[in-house]
Ligand binder design. Sequence first.
Ligand code: MEV
Length: 310
Amino acid sequence: MIEASAPAKVILVGEHAVVYGQPAIAVPIASLRASATAEPGAPGQGLKIVAADLNQTLPLNVDAGLVDHALLKTARLVSETHRRPLPDLTITLRSQIPMASGLGSGAAVSAALARALSAALGEPLELERLNALVYEVEKMHHGTPSGIDNTVVVYDQPIFYVRGQPIERLTIAAPFTLLIGDTGQSALTRIAVGDVRALVEREPERYLPVLSQIGALVREARAAVERGDAATLGERMTQNHALLQTLAVSSPELDRLVHAALDAGVLGAKLSGGGRGGNMIALVVPETVARMRQALERAGAVHVFETTVQ
Ligand code: MEV
């Protein structure tokens, strides 16, 4: 039996602007993962994908050309990359990552599936090829992905990311703790990204400077992370949230969680990912985690996850 996994992610700073060439920082959530186990199947069964948590079972013959589905597309791309037909295999997918909530669930499930499948074919994909493959699948979720989600999920490490440039691993001078508050409202990144594009195209003189301001905050946040300055990182996160509000990608629920966290005394808070729902993040002093978690739950968070970035 072969087992593979990939983590969830959060964007620490810089979402949306990263689509337009600005930098962004993303970190994996090691404790929240998608996993895939591959077992030999009955002769002639083809590839069967059982995605219990995702409410899907796909007994499928990938060679039959059914490609309009992220899991199918992933399997087909692995097969093409290896120039091999898919073996008789049952792959079971499990995911602890809430879907459509800005935590990279789609990229993580694809990465885990591609890892298990390529390992079962006897040629595990190396990171660069796996990343390119998951990027192709991400394009199904929205047409113009920056590539940050698949990259942080595949490389499983904190990254400073600029579209089209070599991936830079972020140096974390001092570990920091994030609480991730889920509004419970699913939101499609595609819609938010499309709406931001419409704004930028309609009024570039107004919105291009907002994207540049986000880029500047990201560079300052990076410097803060690299010198272990949590207070400055928190301020830049909160400022980033205000700029994301200007881009109209927040929501009343996200704003309520962000304000509740700030009122309770976190170092900084913002929405994370595509926005309009999904998750927000708060940078917290480790000793205050229990109190901050309560504040988020009282303000309506349906799940609160904790992660330490190091
Ligand atoms: C989504 O996690 C991040 C966005 O910037 C989209 C992207 O970078 O492709 C909103």
